[in-house]
Design a protein around this ligand. Structure first.
Ligand code: GLY
Length: 355
């Protein structure tokens, strides 16, 4: 699969990843190379990753606990201490080998350590391959509030080896698919159609679709890296989706939802808002709802859940001057940004989702 150029760095795929990485390491003269893994990627991905490295040097492995609950400043502090004790300096490199938690958190750790060291993202989950690892967003959660602390800073390269997908559960695969479906909804009706007709998630079918998803995202990021305008479109489904995810993260009685599961519900509700504010047709709304409910099943919300989730909307990063701003659809493949919707309408979106 063809490498993709982004502003100042490249995204490589499969065998080409290791050709590029080995050559980069050969020519870069890093003082030390660190690999950040979590408990899962340490076991399931690191051995294969290392077997592809021909550059002869010592690699220091730093391990963090797996899971969204560990995407916080405490984990950053632990990793910064580890880097310091292992004598990392400004010419060190951090390779983030993992899903979106590892690439987001590792990117932030590298961006802040000694005011910034180089990093490379090696995403191992579908979600991180098509979204988190591409586009320079780094950061951590604040309590249960998603990605509240972070910076935009680009990696040296992104290496997408789809063979890591073998290590994922079906629900992790579905979670990543939600971001791919989102790319179709906001930018490419044809891509949405092809993806939504996939009956089974076979890695062989997915490869070119992953590539297409990264192309769609990368084009948006290249035009608006700092999310001043167009990049906000990538947040379709995420205003409500992130609030749902945060609510489930902090709840003691509910099972945590995967990111894709939460934003799938968020996309159905925001598609409903789109019909009320941006002209999305009822026919397309119905189609969107059917695809997401068939794939993810419905999440059930009681009255208390709804009001607590709506309360969390005020923390969304796109908000300003007290207004909650949504990225919504005009039609499948075309989106709008900065749409203001009042909270009464959100209750109706919950009702539509449950109907
Ligand atoms: N995940 C949305 C973005 O990177 O802008």
């Amino acid at each position: 699969m063809k490498s993709i150029e982004s502003g100042g760095y490249s995204i490589h795929f499969n065998e080409q990843c290791y050709v590029e990485l080995n050559s980069f390491l050969e020519h870069s003269n890093f003082s030390k190379i660190f690999i950040l893994v979590d408990t899962n990627t340490h076991n399931y991905c690191l051995p294969e990753f290392m077997s592809n490295i021909s550059y002869s040097s010592e690699f220091e492995i730093i391990e963090m606990e797996a899971g969204e609950l560990h995407k916080n400043l405490d984990t950053c502090t632990q990793v910064w201490h580890a880097l310091s004790e292992l004598e990392a300096d400004r010419k060190s490199l951090l390779i983030n080998l993992g899903g979106g938690v590892v690439t987001d958190l590792g990117g932030f750790i590298a961006s802040a350590f000694k005011r910034g060291i180089s990093f490379i993202n090696v995403p191992t989950s579908l979600l991180a391959m098509v979204d988190a690892s591409v586009g320079g967003k780094t950061g951590v959660d604040l309590g249960s509030l998603k990605n509240q602390v972070g910076v935009i800073n680009f990696s040296e390269m992104v290496l997408i080896d789809t063979s890591f997908l073998k290590t994922l559960s079906k629900s992790e695969m579905r979670s990543g698919m939600a971001e791919m479906l989102k790319h179709g909804l906001i930018k490419d009706a044809n891509y949405w159609k092809r993806l939504s007709h996939l009956s089974e998630l076979k890695i062989s079918d997915l490869e070119s679709l992953i590539h297409e998803s990264v192309v769609i995202k990368n084009e948006v990021v290249k035009r608006d890296p700092n999310e001043l305008g167009e990049r906000k479109q990538l947040n379709f489904g995420h205003t409500i989706g992130h609030a749902i995810e945060s609510y489930y993260l902090e709840s003691e009685t509910k099972t945590t939802l995967l990111h894709g599961e939460a934003i799938a519900a968020g996309m159905v509700m925001e598609a409903y808002l789109s019909t009320k504010t941006c002209g999305l047709s009822d026919r397309e709304l119905f189609q969107i709802k059917k695809v997401f409910i068939d794939l993810y099943g419905p999440v059930e919300f009681n009255e208390n859940d709804k009001s607590s989730i709506i309360e969390l909307l005020k923390y969304d990063k796109k908000n300003s001057h007290g207004d909650i701003k949504y990225a919504l659809l005009e039609s499948i493949g075309k989106s709008n940004i900065d749409v203001i919707v009042d909270n009464d309408m959100i209750y109706k979106a919950f009702d539509y989702y449950a109907s």
